[in-house]
Design a protein around this ligand. Structure first.
Ligand code: ADP
Ligand code: MG
Length: 764
């Protein structure tokens, strides 16, 4: 589905305003240096917000400076003296600045004393200024050599003005050594002063501004860049944050509206069909949550407007049954349903479970089949030619009411006789674009149900899955024994030895055990290094340092190499404690048949211990599994660990999860592991996970230079604001889907779609 172009904003009134190239206003030198920060136009510069504010009354704590760091500090001059240097020739000036407690030296060199007098003149004792440079050390004292600096109030025309200036908060911009923050500040002031309201079109409609008592865009920019008090700055920032949320939510609301305008075949429930027969066969009663969401889905499916729903539920809440019941309703109504899983292991498992749950209801065309039965086909990338042909045929002919597959199902030219429902299971990196691609597949748009692997806070879901309506599946099935989680320090051989005895005991009791490692083998990069379970980047490698890779260093240089599946399996096989226990392995590089075999051997108990990578992370369901040992647990993110441990304690027997970790107390890695052990609430953990992430990680946006349109918004902290913006956006789109009445908003959406933020939506 292609998003139709929005009407373009009419020319922004008098003068080029926000589009004016900085070259024309600031002169070549300044413009060139600002261009290095990616700032080319007035708009770019004004959207380059201060990172923080320095209060003239509040000196920087000079004790906090770290050698080697580039810093900007607010401090008071204590002394400044120029002297000649006999040894080297030339002159030197040394100034001392202070935060009233600690001291920092400023050192300037020159050929002769004359050039230094200028500094001496300006750096009068008592003057307060901002000083910027790289922290060095000389004879045990910290110093800045040739710092750039600006004195507070120095630009003012008279003393009164100087006093006012000296009491204003000073914006500190994301800067670089080449462009110190006050050069940016001066440039901002030059650009901002002459601008008029007409030149700065506001993306936020006037009535919304009035309702929330927000200032106009121009006024907000003035508050943020040239505040008289920090509270003014925060007022401005709040409004800019709201603007970001509104623009994003307006775009998402438009997408929802477009989807809502689509038509599909209504698939109302039918009496006497497969769904009824299935419910009658079900060996347990549905939880209240399953019933509630079930009714919601049944109602959605009965509409001729395609369902677009996200189903969130904690690990083990029983999403599969909910999805299956929806699929059966569609089959009863004469349509087909497809369910997509993120891995082949999971697709194969769904195929098995769904067939097992349906029993004779899934055996159409065989002697076993009951009247009105259907068939369940499996379609994955690794099928043999014959099996594949057969599955394709069953899908195309409509014989298979249910088709299970991996995402391979999307890319291929798989034909359905009448695809009525697509279920996307356990997938959190399933972006808007992919959802669009799916919607576009059939002649009519099928109903769609997306199920998250990891529950996420509602506002995060609204941001990342904003084109979907959201259902939450509350509660777990009764009789779940649950999981107890313990942290085992890897440095304690006796404790670690005890783990393998526990494994033996579980096996002897007829239970199954998972051992999870971050790598496949010793010369392999970590298998699936966590993305923390949230919608962010592809492998979690780069940006998700907060939960994975970058914490490696925290373990210290002495840290042993990460555990690897093949090696750990060998070690366990050689262990006297585990004599006679068959140990299987499972990882992403195995051929599909071997993966299936490993899972089957675990399920049957033929190989009751499975050493695996995170391929068992999502969805895998072996009710006899009672113990999970996660090696190098600190290498995984919170949500991922939560998913992993959700594999045990699924039956009536209680589960145990042992997190083996080298992490030192006090590190982020250690905290993650501890937090996980402290609660089993997936929603709560997802929130913690987001909090522990660095800001840039949450939105996946680079925080430097010309950032995306989401510069200020933080999905967790700004939950309320996002919810408000969503309401407003919905009302606007309902009133005028093309947003023609609000060209500023339409233009801002176009901008953000052109921007990196497009990438953000897609990556979600
Ligand atoms: P998830 O929501 O994590 O995908 P599953 O759908 O895999 O969870 O369900 C977990 C297990 O709970 C499965 O073995 C399933 O058969 C079982 N289950 C689902 N619903 C119920 C219920 N109402 N009562 C008892 N067991 C249930
Ligand atoms: Mg599942």
């Amino acid at each position: 589905m292609v998003t139709p172009a929005l009407p373009v904003a009419p020319d922004a009134g008098p003068g080029p305003g926000m589009d004016e190239p900085l070259k024309r206003i600031l002169g070549a030198r300044t413009a060139t240096s600002l261009a290095k920060l990616g700032l080319e136009t007035t708009g770019d510069l004004l959207r380059h917000y201060p990172r923080r504010y320095a209060e003239p009354g509040t000196m920087t704590d000079l004790a906090s400076l770290v050698v080697g760091e580039h810093v900007t500090v607010m401090a008071r001059v204590a002394s400044a003296t120029v002297r000649s240097m006999r040894s080297r020739g030339g002159a030197m000036m040394q100034a001392v600045v202070t935060d009233d407690v600690h001291r920092l030296n400023l050192t300037f060199f020159s050929k002769g004393p004359g050039a230094l007098r200028v500094h001496e003149d300006r750096l009068r004792p008592g003057a307060v200024g901002l000083f910027t440079g790289t922290v060095g050390e000389y004879r045990g004292e910290r110093q800045l050599t040739h710092p750039d600096y600006v004195l507070v109030g120095a630009d003012a025309d008279d003393e009164a003005a100087a006093l006012t200036e000296a009491s204003r908060p000073v914006p500190i911009y994301p800067a670089s050594a080449a462009v110190p923050t006050w050069r940016i500040q001066r440039a901002v002031r030059t650009v901002l002063d002459p601008l008029t309201e007409e030149q700065v079109p506001d993306p936020v409609p006037a009535e919304i501004l009035a309702r929330h008592r927000y200032p106009s865009l121009l006024r907000a920019l003035r508050l943020v860049h040239l505040p008289f008090t920090t509270s003014e700055a925060h007022q401005g920032l709040a409004r800019l944050r709201f603007e970001e949320a509104l623009v994003l939510q307006a775009e998402l609301a438009r997408r929802r509206a477009q989807v809502a305008a689509l038509r599909t075949t209504a698939r109302p429930a039918r009496a006497g069909g497969l769904l009824e027969a299935f419910d009658a066969r079900l060996p347990f009663t549905l939880t209240a949550g399953q019933q509630e969401v079930g009714e919601q889905l049944a109602t959605d499916l009965a509409q001729s407007r395609p369902m677009q729903r996200l189903l969130q539920g904690d690990v083990g809440s029983g999403k599969t049954i909910v999805a299956l019941r929806a699929m059966l309703q569609v089959v009863d109504a004469g349509g087909q349903a497809a369910i997509l899983a993120p891995t082949e292991v999971l697709a194969a498992q769904h195929h098995r479970t769904i067939r097992a749950l349906l029993g004779p209801l899934a055996e159409a065309g065989t002697l076993m089949g009951e009247a009105g039965a259907t068939r369940v086909a499996l379609l994955t990338g690794s099928l043999g030619a014959r099996a594949r042909k057969e599955a394709l045929l069953e899908a195309a002919s409509g014989q298979a009411g249910i088709v299970v597959g991996t995402h391979a199902l999307l890319g291929e030219h798989v034909q359905f006789a009448d695809l009525g429902l697509i279920v996307v299971d356990e997938q959190h990196r399933f972006g808007v674009e992919q959802r669009d691609a799916l919607r576009g597949r059939a002649q009519t748009t099928p109903h769609m149900l997306v199920m998250t692997a990891t529950p996420i806070p509602r506002t995060v879901a609204m941001t990342l899955f904003g084109d979907l309506e959201i259902s939450e599946l509350a509660g777990l099935p009764d009789g779940r024994a649950g999981v107890a989680t313990h942290v085992v320090p890897a440095g304690r051989p006796a404790w670690v030895g005890r783990i393998w005895q526990r494994v033996r005991e579980e096996v002897d009791a007829g239970n199954r055990v998972y051992v999870v490692c971050p790598r496949i083998d010793s010369d392999d990069a970590p298998d699936v290094l966590d993305d923390g379970g949230l919608l962010l980047d592809d492998d979690g490698a780069g940006a998700s340092g907060g939960s994975g890779a970058s914490d490696h260093a925290e373990g210290g240089p002495a840290r042993p190499p990460l555990s690897a599946v093949t090696e750990v399996a060998e070690q366990l096989r050689a262990m006297p404690d585990l004599d006679g226990v068959r140990i299987g392995t499972l990882h992403g590089r195995l051929p599909a048949a071997e993966k299936d075999q490993a899972m089957a051997d675990l399920a049957s108990g033929a190989a009751p211990v499975l050493v695996a990578t995170t391929v068992v992370e999502v969805g895998v369901d072996v009710p006899e599994a009672t113990l999970m040992v996660i090696l190098d647990a600190d290498r995984f993110g919170i949500s991922q660990l939560h998913q992993l441990r959700g594999r045990v304690g699924r039956g009536s027997r209680p589960g145990t999860c042992l997190l083996v970790s080298h992490a030192e107390p006090g590190t982020d890695a250690f905290e993650r592991v501890e937090r996980l052990a402290s609660t089993t609430d997936g929603f709560e953990l997802a929130r913690l996970d987001l909090e522990l992430r660095r800001e840039g990680d949450v939105l996946g946006a680079s925080q430097s230079g010309k950032a995306s349109s989401l510069r200020l918004l933080r999905v967790v902290r700004d939950a309320d604001l996002i919810a408000r913006a969503r309401q407003d956006a919905e009302a606007l789109v309902a009133e005028d889907p093309a947003l023609a009445a609000w060209p500023g908003l339409a233009a801002a959406i176009e901008d953000r779609l052109r921007d990196e933020s497009k990438e953000f939506i897609d990556r979600s």
